[in-house]
Ligand binder design. Structure first.
Ligand SMILES: [Zn+2]
Length: 535
């Protein structure tokens, strides 16, 4: 085929048209995401990342182009396959865009299986929009006008090109360790699925914690990881509404209560955030992949002779960066189905914790709380409504979003602690460390997503410690972060310094604390974002 003939080729023209249409259409639909991305990367990022961005950008366009070329060249009866792919890609990618302001990442795919169904059904109805149909209709029109069935040999050749451009994208992705979301919805959907596959194939083993303490532990330790609790909406942190009266009262008892105020989450999405907490991996300093190889807190607890419990009020499956072999170090795993999976789940978990702790020592418990998740009015019984009205539409009434959220905190955080500490004698030999996986936007500053993105309010979480005889430390001027949690737990367990397998952030008890450190968190695409200093 002569070069000039390419332009007379209907399939070529159709492929160029749809690729251009998709990129332009998404630029206008979503506020110029690609242009802004490239502008930002050339101003703020180092040269190697700029290079990766350019190469990924080119590979993404090629991927999209060959996908359309192949779709136009196959017999009509098989075109239902690429059409289905475009429908799936559009609905999922634009749903994610509307929900979190970006396309789906491989981390989202991992979480997808573990998220309670009601969250998805609630979200998908909220996030659908007629604009999502535009590229689908465009694709069908292009197919009906420009299709031209090619010989088998040509189709095979085109498939190889498609495969090569896909490998190109994945090569850049996997071997540079840069998880840049580049390209229109379609190629980025392709990349995400393949990237997810790569991650599944890469096997990893955790660093072993081999030693065994000779003495039995003399305390109990409880780590509570709440869901979607923004630190500045607790009255103990100075919030104007009295959302946490019980905790405020408890905070008067200086010797049992330490409040670190507003702390920085490791990530704004649940899955990576939990993975960072349980392994002590430091965002912005360590690679996120280390969450698969660093020892978990359960390994240390077992080595120190603790009986270990994992209570999950959210899911019935393995997630949070843990894998099946991690459960060898967990003696008792209590799943959401056992805790009832409704607004009382966390209260039942509190009962269970109180039961485990009564008259015993040497227990290490992690609770993944159900918390206050969207839609917030589903997090408390109607009789506990203090602040109203409740928005009928979260998008058009952003000023009302705090009402159900604060009701949720008052019930699900404050009344939860009141319930857990009905018998305060458990605090004699128990330390409770409390935080949340991430914050929420509450639709402030024109945000149209909940979390999993880049704003500081999504990374603002509470950090509390409750227990008798805690070391006296100054909490006021220190910005704590999730990275401090694992080393603090190691201190509480008395893990010898020589047995700490990797380099961690300082413990909250450490005397070398200072506020000059930078704090970083990861957005849903695992990009590193710096948290602004505020204290
Ligand atoms: Zn979460």
């Amino acid at each position: 085929m002569k070069f000039q003939n390419v332009f007379k080729n209907r399939v070529f023209i159709g492929s160029v048209l749809f690729t251009a249409f998709l990129y332009l259409c998404e630029e206008f639909l979503f506020g110029f995401p690609q242009s802004i991305f490239f502008q930002t990367i050339f101003v703020y990022r180092p040269f190697d990342e700029q290079l990766v961005a350019i190469l990924s950008g080119i590979a993404s366009v090629a991927l999209c182009f060959w996908f359309v070329w192949l779709s136009l060249s196959i017999p009509r009866k098989f075109q239902i396959i690429p059409i289905s792919f475009v429908v799936l890609s559009s609905l999922i990618q634009y749903g994610f865009w509307k929900a979190v302001g970006r396309f789906m990442s491989s981390v989202d795919l991992q979480i997808a299986g573990a998220t309670p169904l009601e969250t998805w059904t609630g979200a998908s109805a909220l996030y659908f929009n007629w604009q999502f149909l535009v590229p689908i209709i465009g694709f069908i029109i292009i197919l009906s006008i420009f299709s031209e069935q090619k010989q088998k040999s040509i189709v095979v050749k085109q498939s190889i090109f498609l495969f090569l451009s896909l490998i190109g994208v994945c090569y850049i992705y996997t071997f540079t360790n840069k998880t840049l979301s580049i390209g229109a919805s379609l190629p980025s959907f392709y990349q995400t699925i393949v990237h997810f596959g790569f991650e599944k194939i890469q096997s990893s083993a955790r660093t072993e914690v081999k030693f065994q303490a000779s003495n039995k532990p003399s305390n109990n330790i409880v780590l509570i990881i709440d869901e979607s609790i923004r630190g500045d909406h607790l009255s103990i942190n100075g919030y104007s509404r009295d959302t946490t009266p019980f905790l405020s009262q408890l905070s008067q008892e200086d010797d049992i209560f330490q409040n670190w105020g507003l702390a920085v989450a490791g990530a704004t999405c649940s899955h990576p955030s939990n993975a960072l907490i349980l392994t002590g991996v430091r965002p912005g300093i360590d690679d996120f992949e280390l969450t698969q190889t660093y020892p978990t807190i359960f390994q240390y607890a077992k080595a120190m002779g603790y009986e270990t419990y994992y209570l999950d009020a959210q899911t019935n499956s393995i997630w949070n960066g843990l894998n099946a072999s991690d459960f060898e170090n967990i003696n008792v795993w209590v799943k959401a189905s056992e805790l009832g999976d409704d607004i009382e789940s966390d209260f039942r978990a509190a009962d269970r914790i109180a039961e485990i702790l009564s008259n015993s020592t040497g227990k290490f418990i992690v609770l993944n709380k159900r918390g206050v998740h969207f839609l917030y009015e589903g997090s408390y019984p109607p009789t506990y409504e203090i602040w109203s009205p409740i928005p009928t539409d979260y998008y058009s009434q952003p000023e009302l979003v705090s009402n159900p959220y604060d009701n949720g905190i008052h019930y699900n955080v404050d009344a939860f602690f009141e319930h857990l500490l009905l018998d305060k004698s458990i605090l004699q030999n128990t330390v409770i460390l409390y935080t949340a996986d991430h914050g929420q936007t509450l639709f402030e500053d024109n945000a149209t997503w909940l979390h999993c993105n880049y704003t500081p309010m999504e990374a603002t979480v509470p950090m509390l410690m409750i227990g008798k005889g805690l070391p006296i430390v100054k909490t006021e001027n220190y910005i704590a972060s999730h990275s401090n949690i694992l080393p603090t737990l190691l201190d509480l367990m008395n893990v010898p310094p020589d047995e700490r397998k990797v380099t961690y952030a300082p413990s909250l008890f450490s005397s070398s604390l200072n506020s000059s450190n930078h704090h970083y968190f990861l957005d849903g695409g695992l990009n590193v974002i710096e948290f602004p200093k505020s204290k």
